[in-house]
Design a binder for this molecule. Structure first.
Ligand code: TXA
Ligand code: MG
Length: 341
């Protein structure tokens, strides 16, 4: 049985002792919950892959609490890079850099690089400091499922597989960090997140976006991007239009055509529906994409707990944070998306 613990000083100390004994502890971060293990221990890191059923070629992020810890892990951490990182750290940014030999193969999966993140979450930072080692932490879901944003969602996937979950309430951002490759200029976004290309362009003249994010036919540089992802049990269909009336008409049509199915509707507050359905969840307002990103994975999991057959989700405008949200949503829907003008 896995324990859900309040993040008191004693419980953080207890969790750190488990980490130094090569056990796994799930921790909250500002993006999603992570499945933490001692990032310098092969044995501990292997347990993460087992608990998640994660493909062996998908490398992990090492979470740090300060630059001294990072110095031990990567080559070429110069003042330029530190200055750039200072604009975004602590925060939802993961950077890929050339690794030092200390990094276990199990973390980097055969690559000569490693991914590093300094989270902006008091519990996560206190915990990493208490452990005194970098914490390898992928999202705390079973591979392929939506990332967990509450301790209960971690429990659903990990009960019996890990020792402890530190409960930090719901994660504020709700989708995973932006992954940025710093190994060569121009820097390249490998996974979109809350920080967007526009944010980085304030400090860099050029920022690329990995082709694999925009095209189906390119092999991603971030191995994790090639696998099935963020998928609830139910089939997902995305309706994408900025016209709320067209959207409601399309949702009503799908409901009429599938009367035999139990359908969940995940919609913006501005979309009004003339239907009777007890499985409607709010994505917030169309003008508040931060609310949408916070609730997205949670909502998909709520629909799963209600055993719906089909989830209809309204899509958002694909710019800024909307680009990152739609990156996740299209994967949840395995590309099943309908666009209307
Ligand atoms: O917000 C987050 O990033 C969360 C929280 C827990 O920090 N973590 C997370 O980890 O999303 P994970 O393992 O689910 O996703 C890490 C992504 C994967 O797509 C992986 O392929 C990529 O980062 N990655 C890790 N190391 C890499 C490397 N050396 N080069 C390129 N991509 C890398
Ligand atoms: Mg993940």
């Amino acid at each position: 049985m896995t324990e859900i613990l309040k993040p008191t000083k004693e419980n953080i100390e207890k969790s750190a002792r488990l980490i130094l004994n090569d056990e796994i502890v799930a921790i909250p971060t500002e993006t999603v919950y992570g499945l933490g293990a001692n990032g310098l221990s092969d044995i501990a890191v292997s347990k993460i892959f087992k608990a998640k059923n994660r493909p062996q070629d998908n490398p992990l992020i090492l979470h740090i609490s300060d630059y001294e810890m990072m110095d031990e892990l990567v080559c070429e951490l110069n003042d330029d890079i530190k200055e750039f990182l200072n604009y975004f750290w602590p925060g939802p940014l993961t950077v890929v850099m050339k690794k030092k030999d200390i990094i276990p193969e199990t973390v980097s999966c055969g690559l000569d690089t490693v991914a590093i993140r300094m989270p902006k979450h008091e519990i996560a930072i206190d915990f990493i400091k208490e452990c005194g080692v970098p914490i390898a932490a992928p999202s705390a879901n079973i591979s392929g499922k939506p990332s967990p944003t509450t301790a209960e969602d971690v429990f659903t996937d990990m009960n019996g597989k890990i020792s402890v979950i530190l409960d930090g309430g719901i994660c504020n951002i709700g989708i995973e960090s932006t992954v940025l490759d710093l190994t060569k200029k121009p820097y390249t976004i490998l996974r979109p997140g809350l920080y967007t290309r526009e944010d980085f362009l304030k400090y860099e003249d050029e920022i690329l976006i990995d082709d694999a994010i925009v095209s189906e036919n390119t092999i991603p540089k971030s191995p994790g991007q090639k696998y099935k992802h963020y998928a609830p049990k139910a089939k997902v269909i995305v309706i994408s239009t900025m016209d709320r009336i067209k959207s409601s008409k399309e949702i009503e049509k799908i409901l009429r055509e599938n009367e035999d199915l139990k359908i969940g509707i995940f919609k913006f507050d501005e979309t009004s529906l003339d239907v009777e359905n007890e499985n409607i969840l709010s994505l917030g307002s169309v003008s508040d994409l931060k609310e949408m990103s916070k609730i997205l994975f949670k909502g998909l999991r709520i629909f799963d707990s209600k055993n719906v057959d089909l989830i209809i989700v309204e899509g958002c405008n694909e710019v800024g944070l909307g680009f990152s949200i739609m990156n996740r949503l299209k994967k949840s829907a395995s590309g099943n998306i309908k666009y209307f003008d």
